[in-house]
Design a protein around this ligand. Structure first.
Ligand code: AMP
Length: 307
C-alpha cells in the first residue's frame, strides 16, 4: 500500500512584493511529497529532472520518506523551469516563463513496486502524462486526485477533459475553475466540472480558503489568517499533499473524512507560504501542524442558535 505522486520537480524563480529568488527548488511533486510526508510514509515519486538538478534536493525528498526510484535523471538535459511574479494582493500571479525542458519528451515509467498503490496523486503536469501514469497501474487505486493549472488548459484542454473522466477528486483554483467551466459563479462552475467526471471538486481560493463540492453538498475550510505571506508558490500543491497524505494514512474516503482532509490541506498551505520555496516545509514539526489544526477548528466552531 502506498501513495503514488506524479508531478513536476522543478527550478522556480519567484518575485513577490517581499523579494525575489534566483533558481530555487520547487515543482508540484516536490511540494506534494513534502506535505504528504507529514501524514504518510510510503510515498513513491514519478517525475523527471535534468542533470543540473542538485543531488541534495533529491536527498531532501528521500529524508522525507519520498521514494525516488521513479525519478528519471536525464543526462545532458535541463530541469523544468518556471518563473512567476505575484501581485501586491499575493492572491494572483503572472507566469513570466515556463521552460518545459526535460518534460518535453518525458515518458513516465512507473516502477513495478509502485504499481499497486492505494492512492494516486496526479500533480500538476501535462494531462497526457498524468493519464499515462494511470494507465500503467495494475488496478484502479482507491483514490485518484488530480491537480492542474491554466497552462495545461490553454494548451491541452482536450487531454485534460479526457483525464478528468477517470478521477475521483479534482483540486483547482478559483480562476482555473472559471476557465475550465466558462462560468463565473463558483457554484455553477463546480456543478459543470462535476459533470465532466470527478466525484468531488475542491476549489482553492488562496487566502480565502477552499470549497469542497460533493454532489449537492458543500463544505468550506477557511485559510489560517496570517500576518505576512512571503511566497504563495506551492501552496496549492502543499494543500493537495496534506489532503491526500491524510486520506491515504486513514484509508477513509468518506465525505466526512474528506472534510478533515481539506482542513489539513488548508493548514499545510498556511505553513508553505511563510517562507520562500520549500524552506518552511522542510523539517516542519507535527506539533506545529496540530496547533494550527486546532486554531482552524476554533475559527469555525460556534453554537448553533435559532434566529
Ligand atoms: P502552486 O503555487 O501550488 O500552483 O504550484 C507552484 C509550483 O508549480 C511551482 O513550484 C512550479 O514549479 C510548478 N509549476 C508551474 N507551472 C507548472 C506547470 N505548467 N506544470 C506543472 N508544474 C508547474
Amino acid at each position: 500500500m502506498s501513495l503514488l505522486v506524479v508531478g513536476t520537480v522543478a527550478f522556480d524563480a519567484i518575485q513577490t512584493p517581499h523579494g525575489k529568488t534566483d533558481k530555487i527548488v520547487g515543482g508540484a511533486a516536490t511540494y506534494i511529497g513534502l506535505s504528504a510526508s507529514k501524514f504518510y510514509n510510503k510515498i513513491n515519486l514519478v517525475s523527471v529532472v535534468g542533470e543540473d538538478f542538485p543531488k541534495e534536493a533529491i536527498d531532501m525528498l528521500r529524508r522525507h520518506n519520498v521514494n525516488t526510484k521513479g525519478l528519471q535523471i536525464k543526462k545532458g538535459e535541463k530541469t523544468f523551469f518556471w518563473s512567476g511574479r505575484y501581485h501586491d494582493d499575493m492572491n494572483s500571479r503572472d507566469t513570466l516563463d515556463t521552460q518545459l525542458n526535460v518534460l518535453e519528451g518525458f515518458d513516465p515509467i512507473v516502477p513495478e513496486s509502485y504499481k499497486n498503490c492505494e492512492c494516486l496523486m496526479l500533480g500538476n503536469l501535462m494531462p497526457s502524462i498524468q493519464q499515462k501514469v494511470l494507465d500503467q497501474l495494475k488496478k484502479r487505486p482507491k483514490l485518484i486526485v488530480l491537480d492542474t493549472m491554466n497552462f495545461w488548459m490553454d494548451n491541452f484542454m482536450n487531454d485534460l477533459i479526457n483525464a478528468l473522466k477517470n478521477i475521483d477528486v479534482l483540486t483547482i483554483n478559483d480562476e482555473e475553475a472559471r476557465q475550465l467551466s466558462q462560468e463565473h459563479s463558483l457554484l455553477k462552475a463546480a456543478k459543470k466540472i462535476l459533470n465532466l467526471g470527478p466525484k468531488i471538486v475542491i476549489i482553492k481560493k488562496g487566502e480565502h480558503g477552499a470549497l469542497l463540492f460533493n454532489g449537492n453538498e458543500i463544505f468550506y475550510a477557511p485559510a489560517i489568517p496570517l500576518e505576512q505571506v512571503f511566497d504563495p508558490t506551492g501552496a496549492g500543491d502543499t494543500f493537495a499533499g496534506g489532503l491526500v497524505g491524510h486520506l491515504c494514512a486513514t484509508k477513509d474516503y468518506s465525505f466526512e473524512n474528506m472534510k478533515r482532509a481539506v482542513i489539513i490541506g488548508s493548514t499545510m498551505a498556511s505553513f508553505c507560504v511563510e517562507k520562500f520555496g520549500t524552506a518552511r516545509m522542510n523539517g516542519l514539526e507535527t506539533k506545529a501542524i496540530n496547533e494550527r489544526v486546532k486554531q482552524l477548528e476554533g475559527l469555525v466552531r460556534f453554537k448553533s442558535f435559532k434566529p
